[in-house]
Write a protein that binds this ligand. Sequence first.
Ligand code: TYD
Length: 142
Amino acid sequence: MANGHRLVTLPSHVDERGTLVVIDDTVTPDFEVRRAYVIRGVPGAEVRGAHAHRELRQIVVPLAGSFTVSVDDGEQTAEYLLADSGVGLFLGRMVWRELRAFSEDAVALVLASDRYNPDDYINDLSQFHDEYAAQIVTMAFL
Ligand code: TYD
């Protein structure tokens, strides 16, 4: 399913030499990765994200430290604590997300289905709800 949000277990190989976490196309069946970026050094009081994407799909992986991701899919809200590099969070189309409570050492890896495109962003929560409602109405008539 290309929409919604869910935790994704990443195959981890642990032995006495340490841990190796794999992210391949079995982990991202909803999209092919076309971009990766890293977020780090976020002061504890700062909020990242605070937007939704109309088309972009992403997986957020906490490579180090921890942070929370609050989501609103237009119907319901939820909050995820990401604190294990072996567990990522899939974010499908049309999911409002806010990342906050970054630990000092937090490093987030974000894998995305497309290149950076400012036109794909919805930066206002009430506009997000309006567009979500309009989509539901459109689907009801298809
Ligand atoms: P922004 O979208 O505000 O980050 P976040 O959603 O994590 O709060 O992006 C911060 C800046 O980086 C902004 O100037 C746009 C730029 N940027 C790129 O140039 N390429 C990218 O792939 C991303 C995600 C951001």
